[in-house]
Structures are given as C-alpha cells and as structure tokens.
Design a binder for this molecule. Structure first.
Ligand code: IFM
Length: 668
C-alpha cells in the first residue's frame, strides 16, 4: 500500500483574513481534540467568541446550547494599523499558524489542540516586544469549565516569545478540582515542542488510515481533506457526547445533534475512522431511555429519537424561529420530522456493514433496531384495505409540513422493520412474534411509487401541487422559502433538499427498478438545494446514475460549501453533514465503494479530468486502499478480501486489479 501523498502544499489551507471572511475562517480553522475545541486566529486581548466549546457541555436553558468556556487565548498583543492577517491550517499535523502585521512589524503564532492529551491546548506567539506584551497572568474559569495555564516568556531585547500551555476540562459534577493543575504540570514538563511533535505524529497516523489523494485536482483534494480533518476532529474522545451539526466549530444550532450525524457523518466515519462512528452510535444508545419515554408520552411503543438532541436525549428543537425579516415562525420539525427514528437505526446498521463488529451488532445495534422497529409498528396506521400509512410528518424536504406518506419516511420505516426482523433472527432475540408482524407491516406500508410515471411521489398529493421549477427563482442553491414565502412554497413542487433522491443513496436496494433515472429527472429541477445537506448526496446519486458532468457540478459545490461560504452561514461553524456527504459522494458515488454481505463492492465512475483517485479506509478491521481512474482500479489489503464488481463478479486477494472494458470491469 502507498503512503498518503506528502505533497506538502496540498495539506495546507491558506487564508487571507478580511473583515468579510473572518468568522468563516475562524470556523474552518477551529482545532479540536474531540472533547474540547479552540476557535481563535492570532491571539488578541479581545479573543474570538466563542473561544472554547466542549463536547456534550450544554447549559440548562429550555432549549439548551453549548456552554462557552474560558477565553484562554486572550493575550496582550497589539497589531499595527491596517495590519494584514494570514492564516495557514496544516491539516496533516493539526496545527494552525497565523501571521499578522505590516512593514516588518509582525506577530506570528503556532497553535494546536493535543489529540494525544485531550484538554491540553497550546500556543506559541513570537513578535516584536512593542507588539507582544506579557499577560494577562490568569484566565478566568467560566460556566463550570476548569482551566489552568502557564506562560513561559522569553525575549532577546527586540523580540518576545510567549508559550502558553492550557489545561482545560469541561464542566462535570464529579470532577477532581485539581485535575487540570496536574495535567498542566505534566504538559509543561514535556514542553511545547515535545507536545507538538507527539500531536503531529498522532495526526499523521490518522491520515495513514484514511487520506484521500487526488493529485490531478489539488483544489478538490484540499477540500476533501478539510472535510476529513473536521470529521476526525469532531469525534468525542472521552466525553459521552454526540456530534453536533457544526461539531465544536461554532455556535450555530446550539451544538444540537440532528440526522446530519446519523446519515451523513456516521457512514463516512464507519469507513475511515470506525471508532468515531461507534462513539456516535453509543451516544444514541445511551439515550434510548429518553427516546422510549418520548414514544410512550406520544402513546407509542419503542423509541422515538428527538429531531434535535443535546445532553439528555430529550427533544430540544426550539418551538419558534425567525425568518429573514425577523418575524417569528413556528418550527414543527421537533414534532413531525420522524424519519430520524429510522435514520438512527440505519446508521447503526451501516457501522456493522463496514466493521463486522458482531459484539456491537448483538448489543448496541440490536437494541437500537428493535426499539425503533417497535416505534414504527405502533406508529403505522392501517386502512380498511390493509395498506399501512404514516400520516402528518415532515420529510427531509422541510418546505412541506404535515404531509401524509412521505416516501422517504415510509421506505426508511420499511427498511427499519425488515432489518430489525433479520437481526432478531440472526441473534435469536427473545421478541416473540414481533419479527413476523414487522415483516408483514413492512409489506403493507405504501411507498408512493407511481407505476404510470415510474416516479415515486414524494408524499400523498405532491403531484397535484404547482409544478414550479427551482430555476424560475434563480440558480440553485437558493432559499426558496425565503424567496417565495412559506405558504407559496408549500403549495409548490419546489423542494428544499434531496428527499426521494436520498433514498437512492441510502437504501438503493429497496428502490424499484428503473426509478433512479426517472426520479432524478423529475426531482432535480424542483430541488432548490436550500440545505447544505443536498449537494453531496445529489452528486453521489448522479454519479451512480452515470450522469458524471452533473455529478461533478454538485460535488464541486459541496467541496466549496464552507471554503467559499456558499450559504453565508459558515460563521456559525462548518457544515459537517456537507463534509460527510462529500466523502460519501466520492467513495460511494464516484468510486462505487460500499460494503456488502459477501465483500466490498467497487465500481468506479471517475471523471477523465480527475486522473487517479486514491481513498484509504478500514474494511472489517483491515486498512485498505482503493485506487481508481477511468480505465482501471486496484484494491490493496494486508489480508485477502473479496471485491465485487458491477456485474456481481467476485475476486478475492490482497491486490485486486481490474480494467475497464468500456461498459464493465474485467479482473486482471
Ligand atoms: O438536519 C438539517 C436539515 O435537514 C435541514 N436544516 C438544517 C438541519 C441541520 O443541519
């Protein structure tokens, strides 16, 4: 197997900081050890807000938000007038370098958040003594966080160097008050350079397992690496916490956990950092009791996971939001966006497909699948003709509310019921005749397929709405609800994000033959891509459909979503679902890589101008590499694995190569 390309330039991201992009750059350059994150460019007397966030540390408001921790980077640093600030993120080593100043009056900083010792963060600042002052001498602990810092100051009469090492701990009831002092002493004894070296080595080890190389497309390569950098950084290490929609990179959505994690982030991590995917599943599993309580309060059985989740696993979606004009709007997703229940189960099953972790399948995954299946069994209503329905929901397309039989929700519920029944059989779970009932319900539930059109109807009555196309409002991505108004958009066929199309990515095996092309033709012109979740999955599905130029267009958009602050919302944190979707689009969409019961399916559809693409991941405990171009692919593994091509041919070995025959692959 090859080492990840160490072409230095493509492991660095450079930003010229301006008043306009400052907040987005802060988000993209947050350094997180998984438990605690620091957001800061050059340290200043007035630090960046929020400087410190911790996984799982929320306040106790009705709608809880992430607590903001100590401003440990505050420093007595002056900057000359009209100073230019430049920032460089070294993704290979997890290090941020900054430079601010002009006319030779420059302050430089180097900072990291140790992934070897979570909670130890450090910064070194060097600059003219006129600019770099000593202090402040203490950092105030806030919001229950503990913090201890040490400044090591040196100067040569002209320049001053300050090394600040901080030990941080999130609020925790049983925490030993002295623990941060002890950790700080150990870190100071090791010294900045040693701490940095071990941290950088740990990052490079992470990359050995998962780096993507796209040497012919340096901009895309950097974007995919940035996505992986933030996905890896978001994995809680010791905290019992989920992964929020923006990780710990900013305050947007108050750090809440959505389906973004289950459907967009977990499948990517399951493939290239399975321990992170397992952490996300355990977060859900530990909150099963809260989900069961919710279902019971609703008069249902099993577990109903919240649309937005924080520390406890209770529903924390706010009831009211604001529109662009500051008017209040009711938010119904917390009551109605129920597909999250199946999404959680699906993520669990995806983890097992990649890892073959039988112990987790028998325990964590079995519990999640059984309780979610029980929920659907009690939620689905039956008409007199025996057909099963799920009425009054919101699907992934949030422009349409209180709809009946949303296809995404119904098909995912069907998947949930049958997969839980299969797992119950596999492990001989003591659930009586429930599995039999689940199978029969899954047969009865309607899926909205219109045989005449060959298209799934997104929900009952969708085809009767105004057939308006997104392009009539402008070039997507666009916020069609803001442009048209809530009522108008609800009466139209314009949809916010991939909905039926999502299913072709998530559960393609359940979709009717021939529907992929027709669903794409029908829904793409109607999709506004008003959610950051949409472009990546759209690219993945288009690639599978062989529509490569269109797939590239949406892939490029997902790649630059935060880098170009496409939606103007990156100030609130990077979009982790877009990042997970980007990796999935590359791996599942373009390289056609996904786990099956008998081996790894590989069927690349690589754009000519991409040259060779290499992805690294872990398949059933082995570090593997897939290298693909238009003409050939090669899968390398330390022990023999089985690869399955487009036509279902199997080949087992440590180095499996195939050549394109034009329409198919031929193993060589
Ligand atoms: O989960 C998403 C949803 O699909 C669209 N609105 C934003 C949420 C958080 O990213």
């Amino acid at each position: 197997m090859n080492q990840p390309s160490r072409e230095l330039e493509n492991w660095f991201l450079h930003f010229d900081v301006t008043a306009r992009n400052r907040r987005a750059v802060e988000s993209m350059t947050v350094l997180s050890d998984g438990d605690i994150a620091t957001r800061c460019l050059t340290p200043r007397p007035e630090p960046t807000f929020p400087t410190t966030l911790a996984a799982g540390a929320y306040d106790e408001a009705d709608v809880p938000g992430l607590l903001v921790g100590p401003e440990w980077t505050a420093m007595n640093i002056a900057t000359p007038d009209r100073a230019i600030e430049q920032v460089q993120l070294d993704m290979f080593r997890g290090v941020l370098s900054t430079e601010v100043g002009r006319d030779g009056m420059v302050v430089r900083s180097t900072r990291f958040a140790s992934i070897v010792r979570p909670g130890i963060h450090a910064v070194k600042v060097v600059g003219s003594m006129d600019l770099v002052g000593v202090g402040p001498s203490t950092v105030t602990p806030v919001n229950g966080f503990a913090v201890a810092t040490t400044d090591l100051v040196a100067d040569d009469g002209t320049n001053r160097e300050i090394v600040r090492i901080a030990a941080l701990a999130a609020p925790s009831p049983g925490r030993d008050a002295d623990v941060v002092n002890q950790r700080l002493r150990e870190a100071v004894d090791m010294g900045f350079d040693h701490l940095l070296a071990e941290h950088a080595t740990a990052w490079s080890c992470r990359w050995q397992q998962c780096a993507v190389d796209m040497p012919a497309q340096p901009a895309l390569e950097r974007a995919v690496r940035l996505a992986q950098f933030h996905l890896l950084s978001a994995m809680p290490q010791s905290a019992d916490a989920g992964i929020g929609a923006r990780g710990l990179t900013g305050p947007a959505y108050k750090g809440h956990v959505f389906w973004d994690t289950d459907v967009f982030v977990v499948p990517a991590l399951a493939a290239f950092a399975p321990e992170g995917a397992l952490g996300a599943l355990r977060y859900r599993w530990r909150r099963l009791e809260a989900a069961c309580r919710r279902a019971s309060n609703d008069g249902r059985q099993g577990a109903r996971f919240p649309w937005e989740s924080a520390a406890t696993g209770d529903e924390v979606t706010p009831a009211i939001g604001r529109d662009l004009h500051g008017g209040s709007v009711p938010i119904l997703t917390g009551q109605l966006e129920e597909h999250i229940v199946a999404d959680v189960a699906w993520a669990a099953s995806t983890y097992v497909a990649w890892t073959d972790d039988t112990e987790t399948a028998r325990t964590v995954v079995a519990d999640l699948l059984v309780e979610t299946a029980r929920y659907w069994q009690s939620r689905i209503g039956f008409d007199s003709d025996g057909s099963g329905h799920i009425r009054s929901v919101i699907g992934p397309d949030e422009y349409h509310e209180r709809v009946d039989d949303n296809t995404y929700t119904n098909v995912m519920a069907r998947w949930n019921l049958t997969t839980a029944a299969d797992l119950a059989d596999r492990f001989d779970l003591p659930i009586g005749d429930e599995a039999v009932r689940w199978r029969s319900t899954s047969d009865q539930i309607v899926d909205g397929f219109d045989a005449d059109r060959g298209v799934y109807e997104q929900f009952d009555g969708f085809f009767d709405l105004d057939a308006m196309m997104a392009a009539t409002l402008g070039e997507p991505p666009l916020a069609a609800d803001a442009l048209l108004g809530r009522d108008r958009v609800q009466r139209s066929q314009i949809i916010k994000q991939a909905d039926v199309v999502m299913l072709h990515h998530v559960v393609p095996e359940l979709m009717r033959s021939g529907s992929l092309k027709r669903d794409l033709d029908f829904y793409l012109p109607r999709t506004a891509h008003g959610s950051s979740l949409s472009p990546g999955i759209t690219a993945a599905v288009l690639a599978r459909a062989g529509r490569i130029t269109e797939a590239q267009k949406w892939f490029d958009l997902a790649a630059r979503f935060d880098l170009d602050d496409v939606s103007g919302t990156s100030a609130g944190g990077v979009h982790l679902a877009t990042m997970g979707g980007l990796w999935q689009a590359l791996a599942t969409g373009f390289l056609g890589v996904h786990p099956t019961a008998t081996g790894l399916h590989v069927d690349p559809i690589i754009p000519e101008d991409w040259g060779t693409v290499t992805i690294r991941m872990s398949f059933r405990g082995n570090a593997i590499e897939v290298e693909a171009s238009v003409h050939e692919f090669c899968v390398s593994s330390p022990i023999p694995i089985t690869v399955i091509d487009r036509s279902g041919n199997h080949r087992t070995g440590c180095c499996i190569e195939a050549r394109s025959t034009g329409h198919d692959w031929s193993f060589t």
